[in-house]
Design a protein around this ligand. Structure first.
Ligand code: NAD
Length: 350
């Protein structure tokens, strides 16, 4: 039987050890902060470059700092006294953002480069980097009926332009800090994360949130049509946020995974059309589909091969898309109503 060590049960961890989470004003970072607070950790530092009023969520008792981590002095300040560092900060978004803002995506390399260096000098015990399935070789993702991507498929390298290359290079930084300097670094390649408290409007939202918003908008306006980017046959797998934060914790506390990139995603492949049908079912509506063939659509297909994570952790993300999307739909609907009522909703700015 494999040992499941999470932070709360790890023998080296004390509840008042300082945990740093970067990108904490965003979707996954904010959710990770809440997860550690729920586990009883009392000394959490949350950092993001966004001003605090526009963070997606904040957790009581956490020290929140507004710092731009692409600048080295700010990284030094952020890591001071930290025992564990979780780097979730990046300039990122859905396909619309990463295809149109490649420079911004690549400049995130400054964040990890400075943060890991300062973490090393500060004597941080464990360091986590949030990589992406976009690091995989795009030549293997030209068919919607893709075979799932296993960790070795990142090489020979032909990552997604901009964003994917930044992830691959930052992964390599983490690997070399482990090889040369003996740092305990951990790297997860996330596959499409969705759930409450994620971006749902404004240009950086990803497919599950964007399509949910469009269904809600169509019902609200009475114009029962939906625009779908591409022809709807693109395939992806989608991981619910609760699985993501648990997976990050499990990976970070597994010494067999030092400097070893690992998939963190579900292995259930669905088409964008399937996803739309699921949201329609949840909403209780049927919409006329308009396919936008010249819109950003990303690779034709992408799935996570979970053989490795199952063999190491005896676990894989397992929240069903239906369960996760029901919660996501409910949350976005509430946000939509709030915004309509004139309330400020940071994850869904107009
Ligand atoms: P997000 O955009 O919601 O959060 C990222 C946060 O990083 C933002 O709040 C942003 O303000 C912050 N940030 C950007 N530049 C910064 C800087 N210079 N200094 C400090 N903070 C900065 O995105 P997310 O979905 O929470 O993604 C978190 C991480 O997971 C990122 O590294 C992302 O690339 C990775 N990832 C996410 C997904 C996904 O499906 N959401 C998939 C693969 C990888």
């Amino acid at each position: 039987m494999k040992q499941h060590l999470i932070a709360a049960t790890h023998p080296d961890r004390k509840k008042d050890d300082l945990i740093l989470v970067t990108g904490a004003g965003g979707f996954i970072g904010g959710s990770l902060v809440r997860y550690f607070a729920d586990q009883g950790f009392t000394n959490i530092r949350a950092v993001d470059k966004k001003p605090l009023p526009i963070w997606y969520q904040t957790t009581p008792g956490v020290k929140n700092l507004c710092l731009d981590l692409s600048e080295q002095p700010n990284c030094k300040r952020a890591v001071e006294g930290a025992v564990e560092v979780y780097n979730l900060a990046a300039d990122m978004g859905g396909m619309g953002f990463i295809e149109n803002f490649r420079v911004e995506c690549m400049r995130s390399i400054l964040i990890n480069t400075h943060l890991i260096e300062e973490a090393y000098h500060a004597g941080v015990d464990r360091y986590f980097f949030s990589s992406s399935a976009c690091a995989y070789n795009t030549d293997l993702q030209k068919d919607p009926n893709v075979r799932a991507l296993k960790e070795s498929d990142a090489y020979p390298a032909m990552a997604e332009r901009g964003y994917g290359w930044e992830k691959l290079m930052s992964e390599m930084f983490c690997q070399e800090y482990a090889a040369e300097r003996g740092m305990k670094t951990f790297i997860a390649r996330f596959h499409n994360v969705y759930g409450p408290n994620g971006t749902w409007d404004g240009g950086r939202e990803k497919a599950p949130a964007a399509l949910t918003r469009k269904v809600i908008e169509a019902m609200d306006s009475g114009d029962l049509c939906i625009d779908i980017w591409g022809d709807g046959t693109q395939t992806r797998s989608f991981m619910f946020i609760d699985d993501c934060v648990k997976g990050v914790d499990l990976i970070m506390h597994c010494d067999d995974l030092i400097a070893t990139p690992i998939n963190l995603g579900t292995s259930k492949l669905v088409t964008i059309n399937d996803l739309v049908s699921l949201i329609e079912d949840i909403a209780g509506v049927k919409l006329e589909r308009h396919y936008q063939l010249d819109a950003p659509r990303g690779v034709a297909g992408r799935n996570s091969d979970n053989t490795f994570i199952k063999s190491i952790l005896d676990w894989e993300p397992d929240t069903s898309l239906k369960t996760g999307m029901k919660k996501t739909y409910k949350w976005i609907k509430e946000q939509y109503e709030d915004r309509k009522a004139g309330k400020f909703t940071p994850a869904g700015k107009l």
